[in-house]
Write a protein that binds this ligand. Structure first.
Ligand code: ATR
Length: 271
């Protein structure tokens, strides 16, 4: 019988996960079907999918925290993020993972060939996206990881989690004045509203990579600011999307798919 997988979210129409996982399955000759589920009552929807023989799920907004709560076992990554973006079902066991951060780091270090070791790294935003990326970032041993957020308290909460694992600091946007970074990530949700986080342009002096975690928005206000400041390499989250999917696929199926073809298919030009 063909194994069943799905992505659940609301809205869900925009999700590229079925396209990605179907391409991975074809390339690795895995017999699986991957569908979209528009979630309403998360636990009921997942129960129903499992009753139909579902083996695993990806989770997107607004259900990542519900998925974490639903699980019976949680990886350290999921625990530290307090959220899950993938579930695996084995009988009564429900295992939760969070591959968003590791997918991001793999895209940056492997696909974009930008090692973070020894670098000064700035992350804008202290929401779920930054929380998920915190430990994968620190595992790369940057010289310093600075998290800037409008709401300083949220950045400081992340420091408490990261402090024992690396050199991490939290600040507001105005504190960034006069500071420079090698790599700058926009992990705020500002780009979804076509807004620009209030980041001083001086942070981009000497910066080699500006990375927008949002995907498919073209040249966002953040990327445009970085481009105008002379940053040579600009990227959006398409590679992160493909890499987190590859991590989940390997976790479910034991086979690592190549991501390049999917990245090529989904890339939206940064113009
Ligand atoms: P996600 O899960 O996508 O990270 P979230 O948890 O709601 O979403 O967090 C959104 C992040 O984007 C927050 O860090 C938020 O900043 P505040 O905590 O200060 O509100 C940030 N954000 C959203 N819009 C922004 C904007 N226009 N400028 C700067 N930061 C913004």
């Amino acid at each position: 019988m063909t194994d069943q997988y799905a992505v659940i979210g609301n809205p869900i129409q925009q999700s590229k996960s079925p396209l990605i996982h179907t391409a991975f399955a074809k390339a690795t000759q895995q017999d699986l079907e991957y569908t979209k589920i528009e979630g309403h009552v998360f636990a009921d929807d997942v129960d129903a999918f499992r009753a139909r023989g579902g083996r695993g799920m990806n989770i997107t907004a607004p259900f990542k925290i519900d998925a974490f709560a639903y699980a019976t076992e949680r990886s350290e990554r999921a625990q530290l993020a307090g959220a899950a973006n993938a579930l695996k079902f084995e009988g009564d066991r429900v295992m939760a993972e969070n591959f968003d951060g590791i997918g991001l780091v793999r895209d940056v270090t492997h696909n974009l060939r930008c090692p973070l070791k020894g670098k000064r790294v700035l992350v804008l935003g202290a929401g779920g996206a930054t929380r998920g990326a915190l430990l994968p970032f620190l595992a790369e041993q940057p010289a310093e990881l600075v998290i800037a957020n409008r709401n300083l308290k949220k950045a400081q909460e992340l420091l408490l989690i990261g402090a024992s694992r690396g050199n991490v600091r939290g600040c507001t946007y105005s504190d960034l004045e006069g500071q420079t970074f090698d790599v700058v990530f926009n992990a705020t949700s500002a780009s979804l509203k076509a807004e620009l986080p209030p980041v001083p342009v001086s942070v981009f002096t000497g910066c080699t990579l500006a990375y927008e975690l949002a995907y498919g928005k073209g040249l966002t206000p953040f990327l445009r600011l970085a481009q105008n400041a002379g940053v040579k390499q600009l990227a959006d989250g398409v590679g992160m999307l493909a890499e987190q999917a590859a991590e989940a696929f390997e976790w479910w199926r034991g086979v690592r798919p190549d991501t390049q073809a999917v990245i090529d298919t989904l890339t939206v030009p940064l113009v």
